[in-house]
Ligand binder design. Structure first.
Ligand code: ADP
Ligand code: MG
Length: 712
């Protein structure tokens, strides 16, 4: 290997033979022995090499497309070239990458186009002039070749030329963590074979067999980690047992201002059962926006308090924490329960006073933001910890809350941990939930409380904005209340619209509507005689609370807000929401925002104001108009965005899958789950003979984020 190539490989993180193998191709392509353009057949997937003779951009805006003409000399006569037309949609950036004279190996399904053929959005690799010979080796057989992700400095072919001669040697070094019987039972190749088949396959079958092995490994290691952690928690940690009694049940029921729905009752009972044991509860409550999860959480917290312990509720935003604090305080009015709010923005003296009361046990129930898990917070005796809107938090927060348990000064404090319950409105397909949150039990609240009126959703273009606000004015005159949501506070300000649950924002550069200007416009225009107030994250806490209080009391008709109202705000009389620049928001966020209305007994309306510039933006808004079900919207989101990061695996800290796709590899996933459960049942810490290697690989991949690195 040349020094140059070795350096390049080092820069890719390939420092030894074994990691060389894990530098995986992202796809494979046939290099046909006689791969001429003339050989291509319409309707049949094929690949061929040609030279770019012309490039042009046609159409404008959304319809813009890149047209490329490839030629070679495979013509029926000397006057003609072999020719293939390529067209790329939505890939304007390619215009900079491609230029006339370049050689491309393209793969795709050509169709008839005028007198010739055309491929739309084909896969392709650029071939260097000096590599052309090798690619066009017409005297050789067809070759099924890996395509490696482009890197600066090394072409896919160069990487292939480096790896190929080393495969035998490298895979010799690769020990398998699964034994022969185990592999044979599941028809899995050895690891060495799998890597050989990926880097130098004979055909498609070899590639799929290799991928099956590697995907299974990824899923198995994850599942083993999840099960190992669960076994570890169960065997070493204890939570206070909080048994139920008729008296406790009655006292709790007396505090709830309505009758629980059948679903709420069932979940509340499931939790009561969990809490009655010393095994730490680890349960996920899944329920659509507005399904009434908070009250179920309250019943769980009251069980801790009934037994003389403390409870904590952690919310993702200050506004939501404040709202929870107020509504729970209201429920527990004139009871002996002492409640506190703890957020990051509290004045220092107030904060340290609250911290002292939490530590001495004079506070029974704490509502807070992530500041609850800061080191400064010590509980006297935390028995139940609730995390609201789990998708906004990472796994670490759950782990940090866990170590907040234990009765202070108690002899057994080191292995005491609270029961943990997490809540989410983001529906997660069951198989995925089990994959990623495999250490959680899952409860679902399916039905909304009775009497909810449907929400109608309308999509309106910005030029009709004035009509919308005239109509809104009418509604307000009739006694209704409303929200108006904008993506930014100031002109040119940072947008709080997020496309993804991890906070990724919309990439578009065009200016967004902003709160300040819109408020001015409306105050001197359509809503001039309406009591309007602004709500955003830059306001002080007491200002925020005062405004929410006045809005709840209907002293304010309309809140013009940023996405701070996205979660948790609960004012039943508000039944109109207008969302400006709606195409800037992701589906999950739009659904949450819309969930602010439809909480009372009046029919509600959600108006999306947008002129979507992208195909995805259009599809998101159409999905919103078509459905109000969080479950269906999550499915649509998946289709639009692809499985990538819909489930917040990124925040969880879990390393991404390289080969496995848990959405598609159902059978493999189920197999891995069953195998892992079985395995851990017989060998909870993987400390038997022959398990050293798999244990080491598991801890390397998942030890840290799962917090099992120090297990054993
Ligand atoms: P989410 O699941 O979105 O967190 P909330 O807990 O905020 O939902 O509840 C939404 C609204 O429904 C609140 O106003 C709550 O008081 C009300 N609610 C919850 N459960 C019931 C019920 N069983 N009957 C009537 N109203 C309920
Ligand atoms: Mg909620």
């Amino acid at each position: 290997m040349s020094k140059h190539a070795a350096d390049k490989l080092m820069s890719l993180g390939v420092t030894n033979l074994a990691t060389l193998l894990t530098h995986l191709p992202h796809r494979h392509e046939w290099i046909r022995a006689r791969a001429t353009l003339d050989d291509l057949v319409p309707g049949v997937i094929g690949s061929a090499i040609g030279q770019i003779s012309a490039i042009k951009v046609a159409g404008y805006g959304r319809k813009a497309r890149l047209q490329v003409v490839l030629i070679d000399d495979s013509a029926p006569n000397a006057l003609q070239h072999g020719r293939l037309d390529l067209v790329f949609f939505n890939q304007a950036f390619l215009a900079k990458k491609l230029e006339p004279g370049m050689y491309l190996n393209v793969q795709g399904t050509p169709k008839t186009y005028g007198p010739g053929l055309q491929m739309a959005n084909p896969k392709f690799t650029i071939i260097k002039q000096e590599e052309l010979e090798q690619h066009l080796a017409t005297d050789q057989d067809d070759e099924y070749r890996p395509v490696y992700p482009a890197t600066d400095g090394l072409t896919s072919l160069e990487i292939h030329e480096i790896i190929k001669p080393l495969i035998e040697e490298a895979s010799q070094l690769l020990e398998d963590h699964l034994n022969e019987d185990y592999r044979n039972e599941r028809a899995l190749p050895t690891l060495a074979e799998a890597y050989r088949m990926l880097h130098a396959p004979i055909d498609e079958d070899e590639v799929s067999s290799a991928k099956r092995r590697l995907a299974y490994d990824e899923l198995l290691l994850l599942q083993l980690g999840v099960h190992m952690k669960r076994a570890h928690l169960r065997s070493t940690l204890q939570s206070p047992a909080l048994p139920t009694s008729q008296e406790i049940d009655d006292r709790i029921a007396a505090r709830i201002p309505f009758t629980l729905t059948a679903d709420q009752k069932q979940v509340s009972d499931e939790i009561a059962r969990d809490l009655s044991f010393t095994t730490p509860t680890n349960r996920l409550i899944q329920g659509d926006v507005g399904s009434g999860k908070t009250v179920v959480a309250v019943t769980a917290m009251l069980r801790a308090i009934a037994h003389g312990h403390q409870a904590a509720l952690m919310a993702p935003t200050e506004l939501l924490a404040e709202q929870h604090y107020l509504s729970i305080s209201d429920m527990l009015r004139d009871s002996s329960t002492r409640i506190a709010l703890l957020t990051g923005s509290m004045p220092a003296d107030q904060r340290s006073e609250t911290l002292a009361l939490i530590e001495s046990g004079e506070i029974d129930l704490v509502v807070g933001t992530h500041s609850l898990v800061s080191d400064a917070v010590a509980f006297h005796s935390l028995a139940v910890a609730i995390i609201d809107e789990q998708h906004r938090f990472g796994v670490e927060q759950r782990a940090k809350l866990r170590v907040k348990g234990g009765v202070k000064g108690g002899a057994e404090s080191s292995n005491e941990t609270p029961h943990v319950i997490v809540m989410t409105a983001t529906p997660i397909p069951r198989t995925i939930g089990l994959t990623i949150f495999g250490d959680l039990d899952i409860s679902t609240i399916t039905h909304l409380p009775k009497g909810r009126k449907p929400i109608t959703t309308k999509l309106v273009t910005p030029d009709k904005r004035s009509t919308v606000y005239h109509w809104l004015n009418e509604k307000i005159k009739q006694g209704q209340q409303a929200y108006i949501v904008v993506p930014a506070i100031e002109p040119g300000g940072k947008t709080t619209a997020t496309l993804h649950s991890d906070g990724t924002t919309y990439g578009g550069k065009s200016p967004t509507r902003n709160l300040r200007e819109l408020q001015k416009e409306l105050e001197s225009g359509e809503l001039h005689d309406v009591k309007l107030a602004a709500m955003h994250g830059k306001l002080k806490r007491d200002t925020r609370e005062r405004i929410m209080h006045r809005f709840r009391n209907h002293d304010i008709d309309c809140l013009i807000a940023t996405t701070v109202i996205e979660v948790g705000v609960d004012v039943p009389n508000a039944c109109v929401i207008v969302i400006e620049d709606a195409d800037r928001f992701g589906l999950a966020q739009l659904h949450q925002l819309r969930g602010r209305v439809g909480r009372g007994d009046q029919p509600s309306v959600c108006v999306l104001v947008a002129d979507p510039k992208t195909e995805d933006g259009k599809r998101r808004l159409e999905a919103m108009v078509e459905s109000t079900s969080g479950f269906i919207l999550a499915q649509r989101d998946l289709e639009i965005r692809g499985p990538g990061d819909v489930f917040g695996t990124r925040q969880s800290g879990m390393p991404p899958f390289k080969v496995a796709n848990p959405l598609e590899d159902h059978d493999l996933l189920n197999m891995a789950r069953r195998d892992a459960a079985n395995w851990i049942e017989h060998s909870p810490m993987l400390e038997n003979q022959g398990e050293t290697l798999i244990r080491r690989r598991l801890l390397k991949a998942h030890g840290q984020w799962l917090g099992v690195g120090d297990v054993g």
